[in-house]
Design a protein. Structure first.
Length: 566
C-alpha cells in the first residue's frame, strides 16, 4: 500500500531515496514547477507546488519555476505575474530566476534538426482533420502519412522554410516518426512543431512563427535544466514513453525520471482552466480572484492563509490513486489555522438598535477585552461603550421560541460580551410591525465575566457601540457549486447548471468594532459568533470597507451532505 503525506513518506520519496542510494544523478535532487501562463493558479496547482518545492527543500536540492510558454495565443504577462505572486505567497522561493520554455527555443529547434537528420522526424502536410482520422483508434492501427517517407534533405529544407515563415498556419507540421501501430496513441507520430503567424510572444516578441509542442518541449527543458525528478499528474502517465523517446534520440546526455501522482479533485468546485475561464468570461464570477473561485488569488482575497493551504496539501497526501477530496478538509485546515491565529472582534451583521435607558446619554466608557481567549500573549484591545448600541437582530425574540434560545427576549436578561448584563424593558415597532428599537436597562454591578454579586445569565451576545461603530459592507461567500461533483448533470446540461445561487449574500449595512477601522487588507479576524472574515482589497461605492467571510465557525455543509447520503 502506498504511504501518504506530502510532508512525510510517500511513493515519490521512495523513488528518490532509491536513486540516492544507487548514486543516480550524483546524489542531486532537482525538481521544477512548470505552469502554463494561460490562467491563474488554482488549488490543484497548490498540491504540485507544495510537492515539488517541498521535496527539493527536504533533500537539500532546488526547484525551478519554469513557464511552459509554448502557446502564445493564450498567454499574457498578467498570468506570468499572477503565477509568480501565488508561488511566493505560498511561501516558496524558486531557484535563481523564473525560467521559460522560450529560453530554449533555439536549442529545441536544433534538436529537431537532429531528429530529422536521423530520419526520426518529418514535415507533414496533412490537414488537422486528415491527421485525426489517420491516427486510428484504440483498437485499430493508424495509417501512415503520405509525407512520412520524405527524404532527410527535403525535410530539412522544408523545416528551415517553416521557420523562415514561408508557409501559412496549419499548412505543415513537424511530426516524430515513431510507430503508427503503437497501442499508445501518443506514440503514433505525434506533432512536434506547428506554425503560428501574427502572434506576439510575451518573451520573444515576433521572433518566431514556429512553436514547439509541450510533449516535445517539456523533456528537453527538464534535461537542459538538470532536473532529476520530473513530477507530473497522472494524465501524463501515457505521455511518459514519448518523454523518454525524445531524450533517447537527441544528443542530450541527461535523462530525468518522470514520476506521476494523482491530481487534486476537490468537491464542489472545478479546476479545469477552460471551465474557470468560462466562469470569468461569462460573468458568473467577478474575475479570476473572485473569492468563490478555487484560484489561489481568489482564496487569498477570501482570507485563506498560505499556511492553511500548505497544511491541506499535507493532509491529503500523495498517491497514485484517483480520489475526490471533501471540501470540508480544506475548510477545516483554514479554520484550524485561523482559530489559533486570528484575533477576535465584534461585528453586527443584521443590526437592531438598543437604547440603554438608565445609562447617561453623555456618558462613555472604555472596556477591555482579550484579542484571543486562549492566547494571552496576543494582548487586549479597548472597546467603547455608550448609551446606544447595535445588537444582531437574530439575537432577539419577543417571546422565547424554545428552551434552547438563550439570547434576549422581552422582559429577559442577557450579557453583552465583555460588558454588562442588560434587560429588555420595552419594544418599539414600525407601522408594519417590524421591531426597530429595544429599550433596555443595564446593571452597573455586572461588568466583567465574574461580577462581584455572582449573578449569572445563560446568554451572551455580541454588540458594538452605535456612536463608535465602523459602517461596512459584508459579503458572505459560500460554495460556488451546490453539487459535490458539478459535472454530474442531466443530459444536455453542463457544469454551469450546478452553480449555487446562494454562493454570495451581500449585507450592505453592518457595524463593526472601531478597532477594525485600522485593519490591513487580507488580514483575517474572527467576528465573534459569526465566522472568520478579512478586509477586501475593494471598497463599496460609498467608500465603506468590504469584509469577506472566509469560512464559517463550523462546517454547515456537513449536515447537508449527511442528509443527501441518507
Amino acid at each position: 500500500m502506498e504511504e501518504q503525506g506530502s510532508g512525510g513518506n510517500n511513493f515519490i520519496r521512495h523513488y528518490i531515496n532509491r536513486d540516492l542510494e544507487t548514486g543516480r544523478f550524483d546524489g542531486r535532487v532537482v525538481t521544477r514547477f512548470p505552469p502554463e501562463p494561460n490562467g491563474y493558479l488554482h488549488i490543484g496547482h497548490a498540491k504540485s507546488i507544495c510537492l515539488n518545492f517541498g521535496i527539493a527543500t527536504d533533500y537539500h536540492g532546488h526547484c525551478n519555476l519554469r513557464f511552459d510558454d509554448t502557446n502564445p495565443e493564450k498567454e499574457t504577462p498578467e498570468f506570468v505575474a499572477a503565477i509568480e505572486r501565488d508561488v511566493a505567497w505560498l511561501g516558496f522561493q524558486w531557484h535563481d530566476r523564473p525560467l521559460y520554455a522560450s529560453d530554449y527555443f533555439e536549442q529545441l529547434y536544433h534538436y529537431a534538426l537532429e531528429l530529422i537528420e536521423q530520419g526520426k522526424a518529418y514535415v507533414c502536410e496533412q490537414t488537422p482533420e486528415e491527421m485525426r482520422l489517420s491516427r486510428g483508434t484504440l483498437t485499430q492501427a493508424g495509417k501512415a502519412s503520405p509525407w512520412r517517407d520524405r527524404s532527410v534533405a527535403e525535410n530539412l529544407q522544408l523545416f528551415t522554410e517553416m521557420r523562415q515563415g514561408k508557409f501559412g498556419d496549419g499548412s505543415r507540421v513537424l511530426r516524430a516518426r515513431i510507430d503508427m501501430a503503437s497501442p499508445n496513441m501518443n506514440m503514433r507520430d505525434p506533432t512536434l512543431y506547428r506554425i503560428r503567424h501574427g502572434v506576439i510572444h510575451h518573451q520573444t516578441g515576433n521572433e518566431w512563427c514556429l512553436y514547439p509542442m509541450y510533449d516535445y518541449t517539456h523533456p528537453i527543458s527538464d534535461a537542459l535544466e538538470g532536473i532529476t525528478h520530473s513530477l507530473c499528474t497522472l494524465e501524463f502517465e501515457d505521455h511518459r514513453p514519448l518523454y523518454d523517446w525524445v531524450l533517447e534520440n537527441i544528443s542530450l546526455p541527461h535523462h530525468p525520471q518522470q514520476i506521476e501522482f494523482s491530481r487534486l479533485n476537490l468537491q464542489y468546485t472545478v479546476v479545469s482552466k477552460r471551465k474557470l475561464l468560462r466562469l470569468v468570461s461569462e460573468g458568473h464570477v467577478s474575475g479570476w480572484d473572485d473569492p468563490r473561485m478555487p484560484t489561489l488569488a481568489g482564496m487569498r482575497r477570501r482570507g485563506y492563509t498560505a499556511a492553511s493551504i500548505r497544511t491541506f496539501c499535507d493532509r491529503i497526501g500523495v498517491t497514485k490513486a484517483d480520489n475526490s477530496v471533501e471540501m470540508g478538509v480544506l475548510e477545516s485546515s483554514v479554520r484550524d489555522d485561523l482559530n489559533h491565529n486570528a484575533p477576535r472582534r465584534m461585528a453586527v451583521l443584521q443590526p437592531l438598535k438598543v437604547i440603554i435607558s438608565n445609562y447617561a446619554a453623555d456618558c462613555e466608557e472604555l472596556l477591555t477585552a482579550p484579542n484571543h481567549p486562549q492566547r494571552p500573549e496576543m494582548g487586549e484591545r479597548v472597546i467603547p461603550f455608550s448609551r446606544e448600541i447595535w445588537i444582531d437582530r437574530d439575537d432577539f425574540r419577543e417571546e422565547r421560541p424554545n428552551k434552547h434560545f438563550k439570547r434576549l427576549v422581552s422582559g429577559g436578561e442577557v450579557r453583552l460580551r465583555n460588558s454588562y448584563i442588560i434587560r429588555c424593558d420595552r419594544v418599539e415597532k414600525s407601522e408594519t410591525g417590524e421591531v426597530v428599537t429595544l429599550y433596555c436597562s443595564y446593571d452597573e454591578q455586572t461588568l466583567g465575566r465574574n461580577p462581584a454579586d455572582g449573578r449569572k445569565v445563560k446568554g451572551v451576545i455580541h454588540w458594538v457601540s452605535a456612536a463608535h461603530a465602523v459602517a461596512a459592507e459584508v459579503r458572505l461567500y459560500d460554495r460556488l457549486f451546490n453539487r459535490p461533483n458539478p459535472e454530474q448533470v442531466a443530459e444536455g446540461e453542463d457544469f454551469l447548471h450546478s452553480l449555487n445561487p446562494q454562493s454570495l449574500t451581500i449585507l450592505e449595512s453592518c457595524y463593526l468594532e472601531p478597532e477594525l477601522a485600522e485593519s490591513e487588507v487580507g488580514v483575517s479576524v474572527q467576528f465573534e459568533r459569526e465566522g472568520y472574515f478579512c478586509l477586501d482589497s475593494e471598497q463599496e461605492h460609498g467608500g465603506r470597507p468590504i469584509w469577506n467571510r472566509t469560512v464559517t465557525l463550523r462546517d454547515s455543509w456537513a449536515k447537508i451532505e449527511e442528509q443527501r447520503e441518507q
